[in-house]
Design a protein around this ligand. Structure first.
Ligand SMILES: [Zn+2]
Length: 293
Protein backbone atom coordinates (compact mmCIF):
# COMPACT_ATOMS: atom_id res chain seq x y z
CA UNK A 1 0.00 0.00 0.00
CA UNK A 2 1.05 3.56 -0.63
CA UNK A 3 0.06 6.99 0.58
CA UNK A 4 1.28 10.49 -0.22
CA UNK A 5 2.18 13.84 1.22
CA UNK A 6 1.11 16.43 -1.36
CA UNK A 7 1.88 20.05 -0.46
CA UNK A 8 1.33 23.03 -2.75
CA UNK A 9 4.27 25.44 -3.03
CA UNK A 10 2.18 28.61 -3.07
CA UNK A 11 3.31 29.85 0.34
CA UNK A 12 5.48 28.83 3.29
CA UNK A 13 4.18 25.71 5.01
CA UNK A 14 2.24 26.31 8.21
CA UNK A 15 1.19 24.28 11.23
CA UNK A 16 -1.91 23.02 9.40
CA UNK A 17 0.35 21.39 6.81
CA UNK A 18 2.48 19.87 9.56
CA UNK A 19 -0.61 18.35 11.14
CA UNK A 20 -1.59 16.79 7.82
CA UNK A 21 1.91 15.43 7.14
CA UNK A 22 2.09 14.05 10.68
CA UNK A 23 -1.22 12.21 10.51
CA UNK A 24 -0.23 10.76 7.13
CA UNK A 25 3.27 9.71 8.14
CA UNK A 26 2.18 8.40 11.56
CA UNK A 27 -0.47 6.22 10.02
CA UNK A 28 1.86 5.04 7.25
CA UNK A 29 4.68 4.09 9.62
CA UNK A 30 2.40 2.08 11.87
CA UNK A 31 0.74 0.24 8.98
CA UNK A 32 3.91 -0.29 6.93
CA UNK A 33 2.62 1.89 4.09
CA UNK A 34 5.07 3.66 1.74
CA UNK A 35 4.94 7.46 1.47
CA UNK A 36 5.31 9.38 -1.79
CA UNK A 37 6.18 13.07 -1.70
CA UNK A 38 4.30 14.85 -4.47
CA UNK A 39 4.59 18.58 -4.98
CA UNK A 40 1.41 20.03 -6.51
CA UNK A 41 2.83 22.89 -8.54
CA UNK A 42 0.33 23.55 -11.33
CA UNK A 43 -0.78 26.87 -9.88
CA UNK A 44 1.96 28.40 -12.01
CA UNK A 45 1.33 32.03 -10.99
CA UNK A 46 1.82 31.31 -7.31
CA UNK A 47 4.62 28.72 -7.28
CA UNK A 48 7.95 30.08 -6.10
CA UNK A 49 11.33 28.39 -5.76
CA UNK A 50 11.63 29.35 -2.09
CA UNK A 51 8.27 27.71 -1.33
CA UNK A 52 9.40 24.46 -2.96
CA UNK A 53 12.67 24.55 -0.98
CA UNK A 54 10.66 25.23 2.18
CA UNK A 55 8.89 21.88 1.70
CA UNK A 56 12.19 19.97 1.90
CA UNK A 57 13.50 22.18 4.72
CA UNK A 58 10.33 21.64 6.75
CA UNK A 59 10.13 17.87 6.29
CA UNK A 60 13.83 17.47 7.10
CA UNK A 61 13.65 19.80 10.11
CA UNK A 62 10.67 17.93 11.55
CA UNK A 63 12.14 14.52 10.60
CA UNK A 64 9.01 13.50 8.73
CA UNK A 65 10.11 10.69 6.38
CA UNK A 66 9.14 9.79 2.83
CA UNK A 67 10.10 6.88 0.58
CA UNK A 68 9.52 8.05 -2.98
CA UNK A 69 9.55 11.29 -4.89
CA UNK A 70 12.14 14.11 -4.95
CA UNK A 71 14.74 14.29 -2.18
CA UNK A 72 15.65 17.90 -2.94
CA UNK A 73 14.92 20.90 -5.13
CA UNK A 74 17.05 19.69 -8.01
CA UNK A 75 15.33 16.31 -8.24
CA UNK A 76 11.98 18.06 -8.05
CA UNK A 77 12.90 20.42 -10.85
CA UNK A 78 14.45 17.84 -13.15
CA UNK A 79 12.15 14.92 -12.65
CA UNK A 80 9.17 15.31 -10.35
CA UNK A 81 7.45 18.63 -11.04
CA UNK A 82 3.91 18.13 -12.34
CA UNK A 83 5.05 20.04 -15.41
CA UNK A 84 6.82 16.80 -16.46
CA UNK A 85 3.47 14.97 -16.44
CA UNK A 86 1.44 17.38 -18.56
CA UNK A 87 1.15 14.78 -21.33
CA UNK A 88 -0.44 12.38 -18.89
CA UNK A 89 -3.03 14.95 -17.75
CA UNK A 90 -3.70 16.13 -21.29
CA UNK A 91 -4.34 12.57 -22.49
CA UNK A 92 -7.07 12.26 -19.85
CA UNK A 93 -8.52 15.64 -20.81
CA UNK A 94 -8.61 14.55 -24.47
CA UNK A 95 -10.36 11.35 -23.53
CA UNK A 96 -13.03 13.28 -21.61
CA UNK A 97 -13.42 15.55 -24.58
CA UNK A 98 -13.87 12.64 -26.99
CA UNK A 99 -16.46 11.16 -24.66
CA UNK A 100 -18.35 14.50 -24.76
CA UNK A 101 -18.13 14.94 -21.02
CA UNK A 102 -16.94 18.56 -21.22
CA UNK A 103 -18.11 22.08 -21.98
CA UNK A 104 -16.23 25.35 -22.28
CA UNK A 105 -16.89 28.20 -19.84
CA UNK A 106 -15.66 31.79 -20.01
CA UNK A 107 -17.28 32.97 -16.76
CA UNK A 108 -15.13 34.92 -14.34
CA UNK A 109 -15.37 34.25 -10.60
CA UNK A 110 -17.12 37.62 -10.23
CA UNK A 111 -19.75 36.64 -12.81
CA UNK A 112 -20.38 33.34 -11.01
CA UNK A 113 -20.74 35.16 -7.69
CA UNK A 114 -23.20 37.65 -9.15
CA UNK A 115 -25.29 34.90 -10.77
CA UNK A 116 -25.24 32.71 -7.68
CA UNK A 117 -25.15 34.11 -4.12
CA UNK A 118 -23.67 30.89 -2.71
CA UNK A 119 -20.89 30.78 -5.30
CA UNK A 120 -22.19 27.53 -6.81
CA UNK A 121 -21.73 27.45 -10.57
CA UNK A 122 -25.21 28.12 -12.03
CA UNK A 123 -24.57 26.26 -15.28
CA UNK A 124 -24.35 29.47 -17.30
CA UNK A 125 -22.28 28.04 -20.17
CA UNK A 126 -23.52 24.47 -20.18
CA UNK A 127 -25.80 25.04 -23.20
CA UNK A 128 -23.84 27.81 -24.90
CA UNK A 129 -21.68 25.42 -26.93
CA UNK A 130 -18.57 27.59 -26.73
CA UNK A 131 -15.63 25.99 -28.49
CA UNK A 132 -13.26 24.09 -26.22
CA UNK A 133 -10.46 25.35 -28.46
CA UNK A 134 -11.27 28.99 -27.74
CA UNK A 135 -8.67 30.89 -25.71
CA UNK A 136 -9.39 31.93 -22.11
CA UNK A 137 -12.01 29.29 -21.41
CA UNK A 138 -11.98 26.71 -18.68
CA UNK A 139 -13.16 23.16 -19.32
CA UNK A 140 -15.95 22.01 -17.07
CA UNK A 141 -17.49 18.59 -16.62
CA UNK A 142 -21.18 17.89 -17.33
CA UNK A 143 -22.10 16.45 -13.94
CA UNK A 144 -25.21 14.41 -13.14
CA UNK A 145 -26.91 15.30 -9.87
CA UNK A 146 -28.14 11.90 -8.82
CA UNK A 147 -25.03 9.79 -9.14
CA UNK A 148 -24.17 7.99 -5.90
CA UNK A 149 -20.54 7.82 -4.84
CA UNK A 150 -19.27 5.37 -2.24
CA UNK A 151 -16.13 6.45 -0.39
CA UNK A 152 -14.22 3.76 1.50
CA UNK A 153 -13.10 5.50 4.67
CA UNK A 154 -11.18 4.01 7.58
CA UNK A 155 -14.39 4.35 9.57
CA UNK A 156 -16.38 2.41 6.94
CA UNK A 157 -18.06 3.19 3.60
CA UNK A 158 -19.80 6.56 3.18
CA UNK A 159 -22.34 7.12 0.39
CA UNK A 160 -22.90 10.61 -0.98
CA UNK A 161 -23.89 12.48 -4.11
CA UNK A 162 -21.64 15.08 -5.69
CA UNK A 163 -21.94 18.21 -3.50
CA UNK A 164 -23.52 21.33 -5.08
CA UNK A 165 -20.21 23.18 -4.70
CA UNK A 166 -18.71 20.70 -7.16
CA UNK A 167 -21.43 20.95 -9.79
CA UNK A 168 -19.76 21.17 -13.26
CA UNK A 169 -16.36 21.38 -11.59
CA UNK A 170 -13.40 22.62 -13.62
CA UNK A 171 -10.96 20.05 -15.02
CA UNK A 172 -8.84 22.44 -17.07
CA UNK A 173 -8.15 26.01 -16.02
CA UNK A 174 -8.28 29.12 -18.18
CA UNK A 175 -4.48 29.25 -18.16
CA UNK A 176 -4.45 25.92 -20.02
CA UNK A 177 -3.14 23.84 -17.11
CA UNK A 178 -5.12 20.92 -15.69
CA UNK A 179 -7.15 21.75 -12.59
CA UNK A 180 -6.29 20.33 -9.16
CA UNK A 181 -9.04 17.67 -9.17
CA UNK A 182 -7.83 16.14 -12.42
CA UNK A 183 -4.08 16.36 -11.78
CA UNK A 184 -4.40 14.93 -8.27
CA UNK A 185 -6.50 12.00 -9.49
CA UNK A 186 -4.18 11.22 -12.41
CA UNK A 187 -1.11 11.46 -10.16
CA UNK A 188 -2.53 9.17 -7.50
CA UNK A 189 -3.18 6.57 -10.19
CA UNK A 190 0.25 7.16 -11.77
CA UNK A 191 2.18 6.72 -8.52
CA UNK A 192 0.03 3.80 -7.35
CA UNK A 193 -1.30 5.66 -4.32
CA UNK A 194 -4.17 3.76 -2.70
CA UNK A 195 -4.43 5.31 0.75
CA UNK A 196 -5.33 9.01 0.85
CA UNK A 197 -5.04 11.00 4.07
CA UNK A 198 -6.17 14.61 3.86
CA UNK A 199 -7.96 17.28 5.87
CA UNK A 200 -11.73 17.33 6.29
CA UNK A 201 -11.79 20.46 4.13
CA UNK A 202 -11.00 18.24 1.12
CA UNK A 203 -14.05 15.99 1.52
CA UNK A 204 -15.76 17.69 -1.44
CA UNK A 205 -12.61 17.21 -3.51
CA UNK A 206 -12.63 13.52 -2.65
CA UNK A 207 -16.16 13.27 -4.02
CA UNK A 208 -15.27 15.24 -7.16
CA UNK A 209 -12.29 12.95 -7.76
CA UNK A 210 -14.42 9.84 -7.15
CA UNK A 211 -16.87 11.19 -9.71
CA UNK A 212 -14.15 11.91 -12.25
CA UNK A 213 -12.39 8.59 -11.70
CA UNK A 214 -15.60 6.72 -12.51
CA UNK A 215 -15.61 8.32 -15.99
CA UNK A 216 -12.15 7.00 -16.82
CA UNK A 217 -11.83 3.39 -17.95
CA UNK A 218 -9.34 1.46 -15.86
CA UNK A 219 -9.24 4.03 -13.10
CA UNK A 220 -9.34 2.47 -9.66
CA UNK A 221 -9.58 5.62 -7.56
CA UNK A 222 -12.94 4.37 -6.17
CA UNK A 223 -11.07 1.49 -4.56
CA UNK A 224 -8.77 3.74 -2.50
CA UNK A 225 -8.98 3.97 1.24
CA UNK A 226 -9.56 7.48 2.65
CA UNK A 227 -9.05 9.25 5.91
CA UNK A 228 -10.15 12.88 6.42
CA UNK A 229 -8.55 14.34 9.52
CA UNK A 230 -9.43 17.28 11.81
CA UNK A 231 -8.17 20.74 10.88
CA UNK A 232 -6.30 23.36 12.85
CA UNK A 233 -8.24 26.56 13.22
CA UNK A 234 -7.14 30.08 14.16
CA UNK A 235 -8.59 32.04 17.10
CA UNK A 236 -11.68 32.99 15.11
CA UNK A 237 -12.25 29.34 14.17
CA UNK A 238 -11.24 29.99 10.58
CA UNK A 239 -9.07 27.48 8.78
CA UNK A 240 -5.35 28.27 9.09
CA UNK A 241 -4.01 29.70 5.89
CA UNK A 242 -0.65 30.39 4.38
CA UNK A 243 -1.16 34.11 4.86
CA UNK A 244 -0.94 33.63 8.64
CA UNK A 245 2.80 34.27 8.81
CA UNK A 246 2.96 33.62 12.55
CA UNK A 247 2.21 29.95 12.10
CA UNK A 248 4.66 29.32 9.27
CA UNK A 249 7.18 26.61 10.16
CA UNK A 250 9.89 28.71 8.64
CA UNK A 251 9.32 31.60 11.05
CA UNK A 252 9.21 29.22 14.02
CA UNK A 253 12.46 27.60 12.87
CA UNK A 254 14.13 30.98 12.50
CA UNK A 255 12.91 31.93 15.97
CA UNK A 256 14.88 28.94 17.29
CA UNK A 257 12.02 26.57 18.05
CA UNK A 258 12.91 22.88 18.18
CA UNK A 259 10.78 20.31 16.31
CA UNK A 260 9.33 19.04 19.60
CA UNK A 261 8.09 22.57 20.37
CA UNK A 262 6.42 22.81 16.97
CA UNK A 263 4.57 19.51 17.51
CA UNK A 264 3.74 20.65 21.05
CA UNK A 265 2.15 23.85 19.71
CA UNK A 266 -0.10 21.86 17.40
CA UNK A 267 -1.07 19.55 20.26
CA UNK A 268 -2.10 22.56 22.38
CA UNK A 269 -4.04 24.12 19.51
CA UNK A 270 -6.00 20.88 19.22
CA UNK A 271 -6.46 20.82 23.02
CA UNK A 272 -4.76 17.46 23.31
CA UNK A 273 -4.20 16.77 27.02
CA UNK A 274 -1.00 14.70 26.88
CA UNK A 275 2.29 16.29 25.76
CA UNK A 276 3.12 15.80 22.08
CA UNK A 277 6.71 16.05 20.83
CA UNK A 278 6.99 13.95 17.65
CA UNK A 279 4.92 13.43 14.51
CA UNK A 280 4.10 9.91 15.64
CA UNK A 281 2.77 11.09 19.01
CA UNK A 282 0.76 13.79 17.29
CA UNK A 283 -0.72 11.28 14.81
CA UNK A 284 -1.72 8.92 17.63
CA UNK A 285 -3.30 11.69 19.69
CA UNK A 286 -5.28 12.96 16.69
CA UNK A 287 -6.50 9.45 16.01
CA UNK A 288 -7.71 9.12 19.60
CA UNK A 289 -9.53 12.46 19.27
CA UNK A 290 -11.30 11.15 16.16
CA UNK A 291 -12.52 8.10 18.08
CA UNK A 292 -13.94 10.26 20.87
CA UNK A 293 -15.99 12.40 18.43
ZN1 LIG B 1 -19.59 29.72 -17.57
Amino acid sequence: MKTRIAPTPSGYLHLGNVLSFSVTAGLAKRAGIKIVLRIDDLDRDRVRTEYVKDIFDTLNFLEIPWDEGPRNYQEYKEEFSQVHRLELYNAVLEQLREDEQLFACDCTRTQVNIASSDGIYPGTCECRSLSLDQKEVSWRLHTAENRKLVVKTMEGPVTSGLPDQMRSFVVKKKDGFPAYQLASLVDDQHFGVDVIVRGKDLWDSTLAQMYLGALLPGNTFYDNLFHHHVLLTDETNGKLSKSDGATSVQSLRKAGKAPAEVFGMIGRMLEIAEPVSTYRELALAVERMGRDD
